[in-house]
Design a protein around this ligand. Structure first.
Ligand code: PXL
Length: 279
C-alpha cells in the first residue's frame, strides 16, 4: 500500500492552537502527508478572544481548487473542519468530488458548536447546511451539541442516557453519514468518551474525565483520528488513539491557568508518533 495523502480544509487561526495550526503538525506526526486548503484567516480563534480579524478565503479556495484540477492533484481523504460560510460548505462538496481518488474518504468535523451553543458568527441555517455536509460523509465527527443542532434535536444540559445517545446517533446516521464518531459521551461521572456508530452497531471508547474544558480539543481529536485512520488503524482504534492523545494534551496543560486558549498538544506529540507510526 502506498503512502496516503490527506487534504484538510479549515481556517488558520493564527493564535489559539486550533484548526490548521494543530491539524498540520498532528497529521504529519502520524506520518501522513498533509495538504491544506485554508478557509479563512483569523488573528485568533473566536472562543474567548474578542475583536479577532476574519478574512474569508472563499475566492482563493476556488482558484486553488481549479489549479489542482489542472494539475491532476488527488487525495486519499479530505478532512474538513471549521468553515467560514455557507458557500464554503457547498464548495467543499465539489472539492471532495474533484480531488478524491476512487474510494477516497470524506471526513467531516462540523466544528461549529459546543456546550449547547453555536460558536460566535454561525447561524441555525449554517448548522442545517453543515448537517448536509455530514450527510455525504464517510465519517462524521460531531460532538453532542453539533449532533443536536444538525438534526433539530433539543440539547439537554447534564447527563445523557444511552437511549438519548442512541437516538442522536440514529438521527445523524439518517442524515446520510456512513459512520458517526460522536464525542463527549458520558454515562458515569468520572468517565468521558466517544460513541462509534458503524454498520448499525454502536461501540464506545471511554477514558478518564478531566475537570477542565479546553479550546481546540475537538480539532486535536479529529486530527489525531484522521492521522491514525490513514495509518491503517480501524475506526474504533483510531477513535481511542485520538481520545488518549487529547487527554494527554490536556494533562500537559493542567496547572497553567495562563494557557486558557488551547492545550499543549506539542508536549504529547512524541507519544503519538511512537504509537501511530508502525515502521
Ligand atoms: O476549534 C474550533 C475552532 C476553529 N476555528 C475557529 C474557532 C474555533 C472555535 O471556537 O473559533 C476560528
Amino acid at each position: 500500500m502506498g503512502d496516503k495523502r490527506v487534504l484538510t480544509i479549515q481556517d488558520i487561526s493564527c493564535v489559539g492552537q486550533c484548526s490548521l495550526t494543530v491539524a498540520l503538525p498532528i497529521i504529519s506526526a502520524c506520518g501522513i502527508e498533509t495538504a491544506i486548503l485554508p478557509s479563512a484567516v483569523l488573528s485568533t480563534h473566536t472562543g474567548g478572544f474578542s475583536g479577532n480579524t476574519f478574512r474569508d478565503l472563499s475566492g482563493d479556495m476556488l482558484a486553488i481548487g481549479n489549479h489542482w484540477k489542472k494539475e491532476g492533484i488527488y487525495f486519499d481523504a479530505v478532512y474538513t473542519g471549521y468553515l467560514g460560510s455557507i458557500d464554503q460548505i457547498d464548495f467543499v462538496q465539489t472539492i471532495m468530488d474533484e480531488t478524491l481518488v476512487p474510494g477516497g474518504l470524506r471526513i467531516v468535523d462540523p466544528a461549529m458548536a459546543d456546550h449547547g451553543r453555536l460558536y460566535r458568527g454561525f447561524t441555525g441555517e449554517f448548522a442545517v447546511r453543515m448537517g448536509e455536509l455530514c450527510g455525504i460523509a464517510d465519517i462524521a465527527l460531531p460532538n453532542i451539541t453539533e449532533a443536536c443542532l444538525m438534526t433539530g434535536t433539543p440539547y439537554e444540559e447534564g447527563p445523557k442516557d444511552e437511549a438519548y445517545i442512541e437516538s442522536l446517533l440514529d438521527k445523524v446516521s439518517a442524515l446520510g453519514a456512513k459512520c458517526v464518531v460522536m464525542k463527549g459521551v458520558s454515562y458515569e461521572p468520572d468517565k468521558l468518551g466517544v460513541a462509534v456508530r458503524q454498520n448499525g452497531t454502536t461501540r464506545y471508547y471511554f477514558h478518564e474525565r478531566l475537570e477542565r474544558n479546553s479550546h481546540g480539543t475537538g480539532d486535536i481529536y479529529a486530527s489525531a483520528f484522521v492521522g491514525s485512520l490513514m495509518q491503517g488503524f480501524r475506526v474504533l482504534e483510531a477513535a481511542g488513539i485520538a481520545a488518549d492523545f487529547t487527554v494527554e494534551s490536556m494533562k500537559k496543560t493542567l496547572g497553567d491557568a495562563g494557557h486558557w486558549y488551547g492545550v499543549k498538544f506539542e508536549k504529547a506529540l512524541p507519544g503519538l508518533v511512537r504509537r501511530v507510526n508502525r515502521d
